[in-house]
Design a protein around this ligand. Structure first.
Ligand code: ZN
Length: 379
């Protein structure tokens, strides 16, 4: 079997500078004809910062971290197709953001339980389907905040107490891009500028603005909500929400849709999903059989109020001192990957068994899980 590494096909290493030299009306002389030195022109040539000296080494370090993260992932996943990562490194002007990544395209396939779910493109490529939904040029879109104080392992210096390990964050984000990501979110109320009172999976409308139901992601097939100690599967909540409004109902705008669904009795399930996502012990992941971790474990549900992108889609902080630290939702400055690996017991891989079991459950092949469940594509 061919095994190839993840690589960054498009690296846009953009650095934004906040300090510019004042520009004065400087003039230069251009010689226009090599055979006739009398042909000259006076041109503007304002003082210009030589960015190359700084940009090139930083870009090289950024690229090296991307490549190393790809190699680390390729050590554990048996990838049959190259995964293209479109990654940018630019100042996001937000001190709270380290980076983010997501699948560039999700595709609707039928899981083994005959339910249609959204699968990330990087994963679909590994299924080697003879007919497949058209691929986006990129598999994963990633963005990292150049405005942070990054530490690059290739500098061979000790990490500062105010620095973040760039490689650690890149690896974390790429795991999201591979499919460690729930569809449950507060999108519909946010779209209507309302406060969050419930969560739903991704909602679908056709070109005629008709409601086509909610679709969960393959990650959610293994998610369980436990509000008030009563446990239900994600697909049960999704199927209940799909009863809230008849499929095919037309809406003039998002407000009309949000009002109607929130007045349906099924909105209770959206509220229960939110309660689970904001209650300690309210959310679990039950891996598929025979994967690298065969017990139920908790997902992040301790953040109050709910934060889209941080709640649900991470492993619980309960496991931050275990080999599964990589997918906790928050990293402290001064924590290098080596420190986190050694703190809990010198693991052989930064991608711990719970994290691996998530990737295996959704369909990635590994040494421990040679026969993943392959969905079908109905076309
Ligand atoms: Zn994350």
């Amino acid at each position: 079997m061919k095994s190839q590494s993840i690589y960054s096909s498009l690296l846009l290493c953009i650095l934004t500078f906040t300090h510019f030299l004042p520009i004065a009306a400087y003039k230069c002389v251009d010689f226009l004809d090599p055979l006739d030195p009398s042909k000259q022109a006076i041109v503007d040539c304002p003082p210009t910062v030589n960015n190359d000296a700084y940009v090139k080494p930083v870009c090289a370090k950024v690229r090296e971290a991307y490549d190393n993260a790809g190699e680390e992932i390729s050590k554990v996943l048996k990838l049959k197709q190259i995964i293209h990562v479109n990654a940018t490194f630019t100042d996001l002007f937000d001190a709270t953001i380290l980076g983010s990544a997501y699948s560039a395209r999700y595709m609707s396939l039928t899981s083994d339980d005959k339910i249609m779910r959204n699968y990330p493109q990087a994963l679909v490529k590994q299924f080697s389907l003879t007919v497949y939904p058209e691929y986006n040029a990129d598999d994963i879109l990633a963005s990292f905040n150049a405005g942070q104080n990054w530490w690059f392992r290739t500098d061979n210096e000790t990490i500062g107490s105010d620095q973040f390990d760039f490689y650690l964050i890149v690896l974390h984000e790429l795991i999201h891009g591979l499919g460690f990501s729930s569809s449950w979110g507060n999108y519909i109320e946010v779209a209507d500028n309302q406060n969050t009172t419930g969560l739903t999976p991704n909602v679908n409308f056709n070109d005629d603005s008709q409601f086509e139901g909610f679709t969960e992601r393959i990650f959610d097939k293994y998610v369980k909500f436990i509000p008030n100690g009563v446990s239900s599967t994600s697909i049960y909540y999704t199927s209940q929400l799909n009863e809230s409004i008849p499929i095919g109902t037309s809406f003039n705008n998002i407000s009309e849709f949000v009002t109607q669904i929130k007045s349906s009795p099924q909105w209770d399930y959206a509220e229960s999903a939110l309660l689970s996502a904001t209650t300690n012990g309210g959310l679990t992941f039950i891996p598929a059989k025979n994967t690298s971790w065969n017990e139920e474990f908790y997902l992040e549900s301790s953040i109050i109020p709910y934060v889209q992108g941080s709640s649900i889609t991470h492993i619980s902080l309960l496991y931050e001192s275990t080999s599964d630290f990589l997918m906790k939702y928050i990293f402290n400055p001064g924590e290098s990957m080596e420190y986190l690996i050694q703190r809990g017991g010198n693991y052989s891989s930064p991608i711990g068994p719970r994290i691996l079991s998530v990737l295996e459950s959704i369909g990635y092949e590994t040494d421990a899980y040679p026969n993943p469940i392959i969905p079908t594509y109905e076309h």
